[in-house]
Design a protein around this ligand. Structure first.
Ligand SMILES: NC(=O)c1ccc[n+]([C@@H]2O[C@H](COP(=O)([O-])OP(=O)(O)OC[C@H]3O[C@@H](n4cnc5c(N)ncnc54)[C@H](OP(=O)(O)O)[C@@H]3O)[C@@H](O)[C@H]2O)c1
Length: 319
């Protein structure tokens, strides 16, 4: 990249702290302004990096000279904060889940189109190399006819942040981690012919679910949980071989076995790769991401809506 890319950060929580450490170490990214409501937390986030601690979202995106806004607030305010930024003509990278439902996603995408700004989902897995190589392999037909797919993202992560167990913040398993196998299966195989979701819903959130995507000739079965730890895995079995990717959402190496041949698939991953890619796309004048096309974000939100409908999971702010 030719010069530093200048970001405003809205949300300075657990994730923003990890991201800023990784991206600023490269020297290519600078966070120039930031906002979150708790002033003390905001100032302690900003001080070590010399960031302007803004008084509002408006102050953060209008006062400083920025190239884009990165939004990592809790789920229930994604729509409101993102809408504000787009309305003010800003390019936006918005965390997953993009919004609470598909309707909000469509509204933001249409508004971004009207305003001519860049808008993409920070589904970082798909800015990494391994998932894209796995997709190429699947689409190439090297595995032959797909027979079955199993995916698991089951990790006792309910204590990761208070938002995960809070219905008022759009908490629960499917929006927090279920979205990863869902987006992965969608990117490899497209929108399923039908979706079956059976969840464990209590106290206003889903603690986990078994989801089945039905395609022509095979199904993708997913085991998702934020209270159990059955591990993370993706196993794709075809007539001509098998692909195993234990850390699929972390974009960790995958193993491809066809006949007697075993091949390790590996590559770059991480927030820096994501932020570098987004900065490049914005500099090239693009308004959408090649890696997370808008229809992928929208379709995955439709799938999440369908899963929540089948589980009868409605958040308090939706009634
Ligand atoms: N891509 C990934 O790898 C990944 C990983 C983890 C999480 N995420 C996503 O990232 C988002 C944040 O997760 P997290 O774990 O960082 O949550 P978190 O630790 O709870 O942080 C949320 C941040 O948002 C701020 N915030 C909340 N409401 C706000 C508002 N109305 N205006 C301004 N700031 C507001 C909070 O500060 P105040 O309360 O002080 O305002 C806090 O700084 C979630 O949507 C999550 O799904 C993505």
């Amino acid at each position: 990249m030719a010069q530093e890319f200048r970001w405003a950060f809205i949300g300075t929580g657990t994730l923003a702290k990890k991201v800023i450490t990784e991206i600023t170490a490269s020297g290519w990214h600078r966070v120039v302004s930031a906002y979150s409501r708790n002033r003390e937390n905001l100032v302690s986030f900003c001080e070590p990096y010399g960031i302007y601690a803004a008084r509002s979202v408006e102050d953060a995106v209008k006062t400083a000279d920025i190239d884009a806004v990165y939004i990592s607030v809790t789920n229930e305010v994604h729509y409101e904060v993102c809408r504000f930024c787009i309305e003010h003509g800003k390019n936006v990278l918005l965390e997953k889940p993009f919004t609470i439902n598909a309707r909000e996603t469509k509204e933001l995408q249409m508004l971004a189109k009207t305003k001519g700004v860049y808008l993409a989902e920070a589904m970082w897995t798909w800015y990494s190399d391994v998932p894209n190589k796995v997709r190429e392999i699947v689409l190439s037909g090297k595995l032959g006819r797909i027979k079955s797919v199993f995916m698991s993202y089951s990790k006792n992560s309910i204590g990761y942040a208070p938002r995960v167990s809070d219905p008022a913040k759009g908490g629960g398993a499917v929006l927090d981690i279920g979205i990863y196998p869902i987006a992965y299966a969608y990117r490899l195989f497209g929108y399923p012919k039908s979706i079956i979701c059976k969840g464990d819903v209590r106290e206003g959130i889903d603690y986990g679910e078994m989801i089945e995507f039905v395609y022509d000739g095979f199904t993708v079965k997913m085991d998702i949980s934020i209270i159990e730890s059955n591990g993370e895995a993706c196993v794709i079995e075809g007539e001509n071989g098998i692909l195993v990717n234990p850390g699929f959402h972390y974009a960790e190496p995958a193993v491809l076995k066809t006949g007697d041949e075993i091949k390790i698939i590996e590559g770059r991953k991480g927030y820096l790769q994501e932020f570098d890619t987004v900065a490049d796309e914005i500099r090239q004048g693009k308004t959408e991401s090649t890696f997370i096309p808008p229809e992928m974000t929208y379709d995955c939100m439709r799938i999440l809506d369908e899963c929540r409908k089948q589980m009868n999971l409605v958040y308090p702010f939706e009634v």
